[in-house]
Ligand binder design. Sequence first.
Ligand SMILES: [Zn+2]
Length: 78
Amino acid sequence: MKYTNCCPKCQHSEIAIIEGGTFKGNTYNSITMTLKVIYLTRYVCTKCGYCENYVEDQDDLESIKRKFTRNDFPDEYV
Ligand SMILES: [Zn+2]
């Protein structure tokens, strides 16, 4: 949906993009980390209402990877 700009459910091509964050008026769509909150960007099909959420920031993705996936890289924990 993010890359195709097309709804995977109904094939509609008008997708609304709603950025997360307090200043964007979208505080609740978030992942709470130890030291910060990661806000998700939501992609909404304007026809059927299907939603997808994305973490847009690569650093945030790294943080999530370290916190929520199995620890394959113990050396990164310093
Ligand atoms: Zn749709």
